[in-house]
Design a protein around this ligand. Structure first.
Ligand SMILES: C[S@@+](CC[C@H](N)C(=O)[O-])C[C@H]1O[C@@H](n2cnc3c(N)ncnc32)[C@H](O)[C@@H]1O
Length: 246
């Protein structure tokens, strides 16, 4: 287990060895890594089946393959300060049993697994390559005993989590309203959920896979305010902390 500041330093210095994990996991030449990362965002956007909501799950489970890993890795490396702030936020709230829903390349799940306040992390992601990549990273970093990898929340066999982390995922789901209702069912009154969202496809449709339908977004905010109460935190980021409304 590591102290909070050490975890943050290890993320700032090398994103928990992300580059070497990419090279080893994908058996890639070191000289090919920069190209793999540089083209990631465009490749992912070009793959998307033009805004068809019904295709969203298939897109993340079957179509993206390793391209989403490249996209997320490029983002976590280029936006280190922003990601580090989300890790600081986790350090305020994370404890005991943690669910990381849509955990991507594992930055948040791995940081939580390194924390002495966290008993176990359940990494849930619809994409098998992501799950395998983060499982590999966890064993390289020596925290594999504190992580379980699942495709769905039900697969975790846990009925209540003390902390739920769902960052940059809600805008990717066909039904974000139902998803926050599901999270609510998996929380006790002293649990905390950390959520953010970006319901916007971008100025030039850079994020064709994001939901921005006004009705869906309005329904989302109504439901959010009905079932959750915001908990103040001092970090200047868009991610919000919530507890269940009594
Ligand atoms: C933009 S990434 C965010 C990753 C990570 N939370 C982060 O902040 O870097 C969205 C993630 O959600 C996952 N995902 C999409 N739909 C999902 C679903 N229905 N259930 C679980 N994971 C899902 C994708 O595979 C992807 O890893």
């Amino acid at each position: 287990m590591k102290a909070d500041n050490l975890i943050l330093n290890e993320f700032s210095d090398h994103a928990f060895n992300l580059k070497s994990h990419l090279i080893e996991f994908f058996s890639m030449k070191e000289s090919d890594l920069d190209g793999f990362l540089a083209n990631a965002k465009m490749n992912l956007a070009n793959l998307h089946p033009a805004n068809a909501l019904s295709d969203v799950s298939d897109f993340y489970s079957d179509i993206v393959g390793d391209r989403h890993i490249a996209d997320l890795a490029a983002w976590h490396i280029s936006s280190k300060d922003y990601i580090a702030d989300t890790l600081k936020l986790q350090q305020i709230f994370s404890k005991d049993l943690v669910l990381d829903f849509g955990g991507g390349i594992g930055t948040h799940a791995l940081a939580n697994a390194m924390s002495s306040k966290v008993e176990h992390v359940f990494f849930v992601d619809i994409n098998e390559t992501n799950r395998n990549f983060v499982e590999y990273r966890a064993s390289e970093l020596g925290v594999e005993k504190k992580l379980t990898f699942c495709r769905t929340i039900e697969d975790t066999k846990i009925s209540k989590f003390n902390t739920i982390v769902c960052l940059d995922v809600l805008e990717h789901l066909a039904d974000p309203v139902s998803q926050i209702e599901i999270f609510n069912e998996f929380m006790d009154f002293d649990s905390t959920a950390l959520f953010n969202w970006y319901f916007y496809k971008g100025e030039k449709n850079e994020y064709p896979f994001h939901i921005e339908d006004k009705q869906v977004v309005e329904k989302f905010f109504k439901k959010l305010q009905q079932i959750f109460l915001e908990v103040f935190h001092p970090i200047l980021i868009t991610t919000r902390a919530y507890k269940k409304v009594r």
